[in-house]
Design a protein around this ligand. Sequence first.
Ligand SMILES: [Zn+2]
Length: 261
Amino acid sequence: MRVVQQHPQSNSFVRNGGKMSFSAQRFVHPGRLNQLPCNYNTWAKGRTKLCRRCAKNENETQSHILQVCDYSIGNIIKERHDAVLYKFRELIKRGSKGHWLERTDRTVPNTGSQLKPDLYLESPDGKHVILADVTVPYERGIEGMQKAWNEKINKYTDGYKEIFRRQGKSLVVLPLVVGSLGTWWKPTEESLIKLGVGKTTIRRIIPETCGMVAEYSKNCYWRHIYGEKYVKTPMINGGKKPEGNDWTKCEKGIEVPKVAN
Ligand SMILES: [Zn+2]
């Protein structure tokens, strides 16, 4: 909950209904209190605490289900990441650094590095490079969010700083972090501003981005519990929202287009 308190806007759906479906709200609140039913959260004697779905032999904790379980990592967990990336990428395209945007989810050319930052921007004069990377970590307190943030900075700074320095380019690494239980991580705002997105736009997209992530995580959780019987709520991405505030009114979800250049 401390993560929620550091940025009250991620809790704005509580006050005004916001951009989060009721089913997602019913998922998020017990989730933030670590009270979602799962094998690890049961105290019944003799019951296994291991994951029911994958062969990783790990405890079925909330974070296992939402972040690393093999049952979801190749589908909903990846889709959740890609939806956030797609949304931010569209904002950047329309912002003041739109013409800097080079590549998405590829290796950076002429560097020899195998790291694939989600977003690679280069100034028209070729002197400044920005690498941005999206992550949707489990909300293990402020420390957990900060750790996810630092890991991104270290990974891309270690991987690229020296290479770009030799090429005479400055490098800025900007993490874009949204908690998987739908909590906004405030420093992400600074990253978006440095990526050329306007403050008003950022304020507008915070609740809908958090709502979108919560929706994916809710689907991830219930599909884990119920298996393929669980029918996903249609998803809306890319800045579009359903009529009114009701996600369920939308009959057909909008596909997240394959992000490609
Ligand atoms: Zn698992």
